[in-house]
Design a binder for this molecule. Structure first.
Ligand code: 9MR
Length: 396
């Protein structure tokens, strides 16, 4: 039955129109969310913020800097939650969940901590006080907290040099931080978060050892955050990413890509390769049930920490890049069926017919085969179906 345009307009006004977007597709694939990092600067940029507020694309936010130690406790015992609260309020108004970031990190530590000359016992007390206040303030509002951020060297050993926490307290600050966060909000998911742990290797192994260490101390740890700061052409295969995700899942924690962006050289940007690389990361998360979601570190090339490398999904003029459709197609259709691992992301999505694919063939970057796959096995021209691993073939 065809619906009259006036009826469709009414349905849309009532929020009942077919839903689609990056987050809607992730939820249909069984994930909890697709989300973005956001900041007060983005919220002050109306055209960017309109995109951020679309809960079909983003079901989750991470504050870029507004919940870090220096922002929240600029001097000892003085807490400033105004900017963090604004981000949480916008998320709540749109039914978006929060990943909260980051409690204990060697960077963005205020000088009263780093230059205070505190001994071991005092610094432990400062750390615990900060965590109790901050996690207590946001209690019930954070799906997850990045409790400890970037505590490892590239070889997988614990970072001492350059870290006030590691050099004063030693690696024991890590389980202490997790225990303090759990005491302040027993229902938030507690994550270790780091970069260059995205593929099997010494740092990834180090992060797995860190998770074992936290558990051995008797503190809870629920998740591994893989930051996912990549460069085009260097993401590698989905099967390698899957192997890495699974190694963390095997420790009994959930996993998430927490800061995904894929830089492309400004001298010779390759947005098609970038789109393929985004699709590879999505397909890896889709294949591992313990992967609960993906957060990109921003969404527009206008607001990114790595300027001149165009790493995100919308361009500087707020136009969607090739990566957008690549991500949609990699999640699969919004009519459901997929990887598991999620639960509601706070946003209700409505089933919609599969994306037009040119007959029964999948579009570029769509899935076209793999063990247990019952969808299309051919690709629209000019793309062809290429096996990425036994579980996933993709139209490239
Ligand atoms: O995007 C953040 C940037 O605005 C800050 O200047 C920078 C300070 O170190 O932190 C950036 O975010 C980082 C995140 O908090 C942790 N992982 C690496 C991110 C990019 O540097």
């Amino acid at each position: 039955m065809m619906l009259k345009p006036s009826v469709l307009a009414c349905l849309a006004a009532a929020g009942l129109a077919a839903a689609d977007g990056l987050h809607a597709r992730a939820v249909a694939a069984g994930k909890k969310y697709f989300g973005t990092e956001i900041s007060i600067s983005v919220m002050n940029d109306a055209s960017a913020n309109n995109i951020a507020k679309n809960s079909q694309d983003f079901g989750q936010y991470t504050a870029e800097n507004e919940m870090k130690f220096d922002a929240l406790e600029p001097s000892r015992g003085v807490f400033n939650y105004a900017n963090g609260d604004k981000i949480v309020a916008q998320a709540q108004a749109n039914g978006q969940i929060m990943r909260c970031h980051a409690l204990i990190w060697h960077s963005q530590v205020p000088s009263w901590v780093s230059n205070g000359g505190f001994n071991n016992a005092t610094l432990i007390s400062i750390m615990r006080t900060h965590i109790a206040n901050v996690v207590g303030h946001y209690k019930g509002k954070c799906y997850a907290w990045d409790v400890v951020n970037e505590a490892l060297n590239e070889d997988g050993s614990y970072r001492n040099s350059g870290s006030i926490w590691g050099s004063t307290i030693g690696p024991a600050f890590i389980p202490m931080a997790f225990a303090a966060a759990a005491a302040a909000d027993p229902s938030t998911k507690l994550y270790y978060n780091d970069y260059n742990c995205d593929k099997p290797g010494s740092k990834s192994t180090g992060a797995q050892n860190l998770i074992r260490m936290v558990k051995a101390y008797g503190a809870p740890i629920h998740g591994m955050g893989l930051q996912g700061h990549f460069t085009t052409g260097q993401v590698g295969s989905a099967s390698t990413l899957v192997q890495n995700l699974q190694a963390f899942a095997n420790l009994g924690v959930e996993v998430a890509y927490t800061e995904l962006d894929i830089a492309t050289p400004s001298s010779n940007p390759n947005f098609n390769q970038q789109a393929t690389d985004y699709a590879t990361v999505v397909s890896a998360c889709k294949q591992v049930s313990a992967c609960v979601g993906i957060t990109t570190w921003g969404f527009t090339d206008k607001h990114t920490w790595i300027r001149n490398s165009y790493p995100l999904i919308w361009d500087t003029n707020m136009q969607k890049k090739a990566a957008y459709n690549a991500i949609l197609n990699a999640w699969g259709s919004s009519s459901g069926g997929g990887g598991g691992g999620g639960g509601g992301g706070g946003v209700t999505t409505t089933a919609r017919p599969p994306t037009p694919t040119g007959g029964s063939c999948a579009a570029q970057w769509g899935q076209c085969g793999g063990s247990g796959w019952s969808g299309p096995t051919c690709c629209v021209a000019p793309f062809s179906c290429k096996a990425q691993n036994p579980y996933y073939s993709q139209c490239l």
